[in-house]
Ligand binder design. Structure first.
Ligand SMILES: Nc1ncnc2c1ncn2[C@@H]1O[C@H](COP(=O)(O)OP(=O)(O)OP(=O)(O)O)[C@@H](O)[C@H]1O
Ligand SMILES: [Mg+2]
Length: 241
């Protein structure tokens, strides 16, 4: 599959997409929530490793996107251990089987979130990138704007392309950094779909997406966060370096 051009990315995402990132904690769940809301979609996190105090990623997506739990498909594999899936599976005595990864049937665009980044091991010589290849959805890569992102983003794009996986574009997450964003998009020959600034704290009414690329022919949409969760709204939220 070749990369998607300006005119086809939105149509392609309407058929569903896979959200990966350059690292764990880079903002995939928040981006997935935005996409679920933007596309009127459903959400699936096939491998949930560890349970966050904020809830499983599916619960967070339902809350942020303001959709009911029936738009959230349950994980295929869920491990208590907040560690790599190959370790969580090993400790639980479970073998992760690539053949089990089949897209759930949905009449809405399905937004699938990976665990961590592309080379997260699943055990038995398999990596999350093999799941992406198998599912065949266009991939959205969530990248930080901070120092180090050029290396991580270009490596991620190279790994995807070397396996013939179509990249819909990148979504940046973090403080403004025009130079890093330009470097990733130019050197990585990739489309920027959106930039989401890091908020000092996530508030009930904050606008999430600062900029959505208007050359994609899309109207700029303010995305209202739906945080019902008091701890989350109150928690100090330092931006990771
Ligand atoms: N724009 C933002 N402003 C402030 N905090 C944010 C923002 N986006 C995400 N966060 C917080 O950063 C943390 C990591 O974000 P998120 O869970 O989306 O990352 P992830 O890539 O999905 O992580 P994982 O690999 O565990 O699935 C969460 O606590 C989330 O609430
Ligand atoms: Mg997540």
């Amino acid at each position: 599959m070749r990369d998607l051009d300006a005119f086809s990315w939105k149509a392609a995402l309407e058929g569903g997409c896979f959200v990966t990132g350059t690292d764990t904690g880079v903002g995939k769940t928040v981006v997935a929530a935005w996409l679920v809301r933007r596309l009127g979609g459903c959400y699936w996190k096939p491998v949930q490793a560890g349970r966050d105090p904020e809830g499983d990623d599916g619960e967070v997506v339902a809350r942020l996107a303001g959709v009911s739990q029936d738009r959230i498909f349950p994980p295929l594999y869920a491990f208590d251990l907040p560690r790599s899936p190959h370790e969580g599976a090993g400790r639980a005595g479970v073998k992760i089987d690539l053949n089990h990864f089949v897209l759930p049937t949905s009449s809405r665009p399905l937004v699938v979130e990976g665990a961590g980044g592309v080379m997260v091991p699943l055990g038995n010589g398999h990596y999350f990138i093999d799941v992406m290849k198998r599912l065949g959805l266009p991939v959205v890569v969530v990248c930080r704007t901070a120092l180090g992102t050029i290396n991580h983003s270009l490596l991620t794009l190279e790994a995807l392309r070397s396996r013939g996986i179509g990249v819909a574009g990148v979504i940046f997450h973090g403080p403004p950094d025009e130079e890093n964003r330009r470097a990733v998009t130019e050197m990585g020959r990739v489309r920027e779909l959106a930039w989401i600034p890091w908020r000092e704290r996530l508030t009930a009414e904050g606008d999430l997406v600062q900029r959505e690329m208007d050359d994609c022919g899309l109207p700029l949409e303010q995305f209202q966060l739906k945080f019902a969760h008091a701890e989350m709204a109150d928690a100090r939220n330092p931006c990771p370096k």
